[in-house]
Design a protein around this ligand. Structure first.
Ligand SMILES: C[S@@+](CC[C@H](N)C(=O)[O-])C[C@H]1O[C@@H](n2cnc3c(N)ncnc32)[C@H](O)[C@@H]1O
Length: 442
């Protein structure tokens, strides 16, 4: 398979069929058994085109009379990929980038498409100014959006929330490639022992600063072969997300309800921390996702997890005042983890943000009804959007005076002051996260 054609087909799977880039890419690498060299070129083409999409689309708009919306999806993908190589891949000579793009348009489209692609790419060679990023003075939002590969609305919101300097720091953070972070199952192996074991194999690691089981694997290529993962002694989970189970602080004998549980990162962590006498129910609204929780529990050999198919909005009717601890790890905009998912970064729409607080509120209300008197309720998201975080919790507390806000950091070593754990990526160097802890008093 021609690598550029594979890249175009992958981009179409991501843009047209809603495929996740990491899954599409790893499937293709496996399916076509790509050599190391081909794999590197292929991933560079796919991820590079995805990263620079705002810039590439703006250039296409300036170079072609036809808008992207009027274009055939195959044609748009070939143009984006061609322009990416022309502008950002020094190792590809411009003539090769044009020639290959035109040949692909002929093969995957028709002669007319080939002529059009040829005209746009030749035009790009004559007009390098289409790739010039406007200065801050000319257009602050566009300047940041194109420099740091984000959508304009996201930049606008950040500027309002943080101001220019902080927005730059945040965008720089989101533009880095995240290191792989695992959660060591310290019931089976200590973090120090795991580090020593990996060091013997030449794998460089670094303990996380905040979560006691977190370990960063600096030699990313070794992931697939990580014995720790295969042996159920570790699980891939970001450090910020590892704080949640510590805030919930499960105890032996507790009944815990994790109402938005799939794929079970936090459910398995809670079950490990609570020990075999702590019973953890992981609920989700999608049956196929419950299977992921069961698979993760099996991999980690945890027998104290049960799964439940249940809409969290109505979970209180099924388990009224039955749980000692309840976790709501709510569906959210994910604006704290934009470093991870290049494709999601472009898919997110500002309108989607508007409907989330009402869903989160309904889920939190449903979950609250499950908490016993004296029990704990934890609310978390992986977003930095305050409307989905403190605003949801504050409105909840006003309506539910039977709950008291506790300091979320009291059962984990979170260094920042304040009642909430409000992880700011640009300050804390990990994914953006929000955690609130409440107790039911009556
Ligand atoms: C942020 S994810 C949870 C991640 C999970 N806690 C973990 O650590 O692996 C949110 C989950 O909520 C589920 N969800 C969305 N709406 C729901 C609802 N109304 N009731 C129950 N689960 C819901 C989604 O299917 C998704 O799996």
């Amino acid at each position: 398979m021609n690598i550029r054609e594979l890249a175009v087909r992958s981009l179409l799977l991501i843009w047209q069929d809603g495929g996740y880039s990491n899954i599409v890419v790893s499937r293709m690498i496996k399916k076509y058994a790509l050599s190391d060299r081909d794999r590197r070129f292929y991933t560079e083409l796919v991820y590079g085109t995805l990263r620079y999409m705002a810039m590439l689309d703006r250039a296409i708009g300036m170079l072609s009379k036809r808008s992207l919306q009027q274009m055939d999806a195959v044609c748009a993908a070939i143009l984006r990929l061609g322009l990416y190589q022309l502008q950002y891949l020094d190792k590809v000579p411009p003539s090769a980038a044009c020639y290959e793009a035109v040949a692909l348009a002929r093969k995957m489209g028709h002669e007319g498409m080939a002529k059009f692609v040829n005209a746009v790419l030749r035009n790009a060679l004559r007009r390098p100014e289409v790739f010039v990023v406007p200065s801050r003075q000319e257009d602050e939002v566009l300047h940041l959006a194109l420099t740091y590969h984000q959508q304009n609305w996201f930049i606008r919101r950040c500027l309002q929330q943080y101001g220019f300097e902080e927005t730059v720091k945040l965008c720089r953070f989101f533009d880095t490639i995240p290191e792989l972070c695992v959660r060591i199952q310290t019931q089976k192996i200590s973090r120090e022992k795991a580090m020593a074991m990996l060091a013997e194999k030449g794998i460089v690691t670094r303990p996380g600063r905040y979560a006691p089981e977190s370990l960063y694997i600096e030699t990313n290529d070794a992931v697939q072969n990580l014995e720790l993962l295969a042996a159920g002694r570790a699980m891939i989970q970001d450090e910020a997300s590892q704080l949640v189970a510590h805030v919930l602080d499960p105890q032996p004998g507790d009944v815990v309800l994790d109402v938005c549980a799939a794929p079970g990162g936090k459910t398995t962590h809670i079950a490990s921390l609570g020990g075999p006498d702590c019973l953890v129910y992981g609920a989700d609204i999608y049956e196929h996702k419950l299977q992921l929780i069961r698979e993760n529990a099996k991999k980690l050999q945890l027998s104290n997890i049960r799964t439940i198919l249940q809409d969290a909005v109505r979970i209180g009717e099924r388990f009224p005042a039955k749980a000692d601890r309840v976790l709501v790890d709510a569906p959210c905009s994910g604006l704290g983890i934009l470093r991870r998912k290049l494709d999601l970064r472009w898919r997110k729409k500002e309108q989607d943000l508007m409907r989330l607080p009402s869903l989160q509120t309904r889920i939190l209300n449903g979950a609250a009804a499950c908490v016993k008197t004296g029990g704990i309720l934890v609310y978390s998201t992986c977003t930095i959007n305050t409307a989905e975080n403190a605003a949801v919790v504050e409105a909840f507390l006003q309506r539910h005076t039977e709950f008291t806000l506790l300091r979320a950091g009291e059962t984990c070593s979170w260094p920042q002051p304040g009642k909430y754990i409000d992880v700011l990526p640009q300050r804390d160097g990990i994914d953006g996260f929000f955690i609130a802890k409440m107790r039911r008093d009556s």
